[in-house]
Design a protein around this ligand. Sequence first.
Ligand code: 5GP
Length: 192
Amino acid sequence: MELLKQRIMKDGLVKAGNVLKVDSFLNHQMDIALFSEIGKEFYRRFMDCDVTKILTIEASGIGIACVTAQFFHVPVVFAKKSQSKNIDGEVFTSRVESFTHGRVYDIIVSKKFLGPDDRVLIIDDFLAKGSALEGLCKLVQDSGAELVGAGIVIEKGFQEGGKLIRGHGVRVESLAIIDRMDDVTGEIFFRP
Ligand code: 5GP
């Protein structure tokens, strides 16, 4: 998605440790006009999939998921990050390792909001090592819902997440895939 790539080039900051900072337009301050174009593009790619629900993970996926949901006219469910050791039986749960914070946490979704009648589109801001997306896929699988695919805003193609999740047979659509970035020069190279 050209508009997104241009924005990443203009305002994205490459940090040490393979981290791309996009907090001026994507995951801290949010450019809603851009979100709207992102939502339209996800809709264009998944409009024929009879999506009944969009699933994301707190916090940074929520804004993009909500704007996207306006094009699909479906509810958004976000997985909550939970510290709690004794999670009751009323939730689907899985374990996620945070790329940016380097710790492990549980994510939960109430059984009230995902079930066998659902056709789920997962939306998230980044795909890096794939742990967040894998955790979300497991929640969908456990609920008996059909996973139609995952829409990712920025995939870091030089990390293993894309290969891992596509290897499970999941359709992953990323709007910008970065093949290489350099924290010394600040250069970002996209997959054509
Ligand atoms: P993964 O589980 O695929 O390793 O990482 C995905 C999650 O980590 C995303 O939901 C995102 O919040 C965060 N993340 C991964 N890489 C980056 C990055 O380069 N920049 C930012 N801002 N967040 C990232």
